[in-house]
Design a protein. Sequence first.
Length: 132
Amino acid sequence: MLPQEIDTPQTDESPVIIETHDLSRIYPGVVALDNVNYRVYRNKVNVLIGENGAGKSTMMKMLAGVETPSSGKIILDGKEVTLNSTHQAEKHGISIIFQELNLFPNMNVMDNIFMANEFFRKGRLTKNINMN
């Protein structure tokens, strides 16, 4: 489990763009995150490190709207937000790329990253599904 307070040293006045306050995620019989406080600074390399099963993926999934926190707050640019879906997170500029991903071999890195945006924009995914 991640420590409750993750101390991120700040050497200058970089603004905090993402914060969590007492963020928790509880599954039946498992406390994946327990009151985690975390800050992400603009224009800085921000790192989340922990052992297997520490809750890193759970934390990232909550920030990306894949999972919903059991309790706690997510603050983006100083405002509390609710990220109940990847679509809501994407509206705030947050998305996640999982380690086990399937790439389109004929596309460059940037095109692979934004491929989902293209399908969902203007209902293209729905149109493609209806065509098949």
